[in-house]
Structures are given as C-alpha cells and as structure tokens.
Design a protein around this ligand. Structure first.
Ligand code: FES
Length: 190
C-alpha cells in the first residue's frame, strides 16, 4: 500500500463506495473533507476521540494532512492548535506524506556501539536523503528510531515489517534494492 498521498483512501473508498479515485491526492478540499468527515462520524464526535480519529485518518491516508486537521478541529469544535499539537506530539503520527517503504534504523546505544552511524551514512548515500526525509519518487522514507527489540543482531534496520540485522554498510545497497520502485514509474516493486 502506498502510504503517501492518500492512496489508501483510494483503495478503501473506491472499492466500497465508488468515490473519487483521487481522494487524498486531488487537492480538491471538498472531496477529501467528505472522506475525513466520514472517519469522524465513524469514531464519534467527541474531543476524547481525537486520538482514535487521527489513527483512523493516518491508516486511511498514510498521514494526517493540515487540511484533515482543520476539518477535525471544525467538526469537533476544538481549536486547531489542539489537533495540531496532538498530531505532532506523538511520534506515531505523520504530518507529511510518507514513502511507500519505511526504512527505520535503530540508533540506541547497542546499535550505535555496533556501528549504526556507518549504516546511517550508507542508507543516506544509497537513497540520497537524510533521516526524516522521503525520496523524490515517494518510494522510501528514512527514519532514525529507538530500540526496536533487535539488539541481539545490532546494528539493525527494519524496512516495513522486514528485519535486517548484523548489518555492514556494504550490505545496504543490496537490501534497499529489493524495495526499488519499478523503472516504469508505476510504484510497484521490481
Ligand atoms: S538497540 Fe538497536 S534494536 Fe535494540
């Protein structure tokens, strides 16, 4: 599932409700607003449901956009600052489109001692981005995270749900190559 640009919305809503196939990426505020309101209706219009609503929006769109936050604030009758503050406080929420593949590198002490810095440099070199960034083609997002429970195979990375441990910098291009976007630009893996 492409996490960026609301393509999950595309799947969920076009399959079940025959909605606009560009929901989340068409820049038509009214169109996306309708979809966001449906999520709010599903979760319940109460401020106490703010976090579940943000979860649902992220599951559907891959991230919580500024426009979605504005709609949530309006529909729940709460300040936009409260919605924004919640969405940006928790690291599990993304406020920008994320790449199709999420590369997470642990930099907690055990991985750091075992060479995560060199792995970080190798990933950055291979993808042409720094931690916290997404490749231009939307195929990869690179993040530095805390311990993932893989200390026994430090240094370790996770790509989506796949684990790679006992890494060396030389191994990185080959590993990332497994997730390369199709050269035709269709965003499918080769
Ligand atoms: S310290 Fe890196 S996975 Fe635990």
């Amino acid at each position: 599932m492409l996490r960026a640009e609301g393509v999950a919305f595309y799947t969920e809503y076009t399959n079940s409700k025959k909605r606009c196939k560009s929901v989340g990426s068409c820049n038509s505020k009214g169109c996306c607003e309708t979809a966001v309101i449906e999520v709010i209706d599903k979760c319940g219009r109460a401020e106490g449901n703010l976090i579940p609503i943000l979860h649902e929006l992220q599951n559907a769109m891959g991230y919580v956009s500024e426009e979605a936050m504005e709609t949530v604030a309006t529909e729940l009758g709460i300040p936009i600052g409260r919605v924004h503050g919640t969405a940006t406080f928790y690291t599990l929420f993304y406020t920008k489109p994320q790449g199709k593949n999420l590369v997470r590198l642990c930099d907690s002490p055990p991985c750091h001692i075992e060479g995560s810095k060199a792995i970080r440099e190798a990933v950055s070199k291979a993808l042409g981005i720094k931690p916290g960034e997404t490749t231009e083609d939307g195929n990869f997002t690179f993040e530095i995270v805390s311990c993932m429970g893989l200390c026994g195979v430090a240094p370790a990375i996770m790509i989506n749900d796949d684990v790679y441990g006992n890494l060396t910098p030389d191994a990185i291009p080959g590993i990332l190559g497994k997730y390369a976007a199709c050269s035709c630009g269709c965003k499918e893996v080769n």
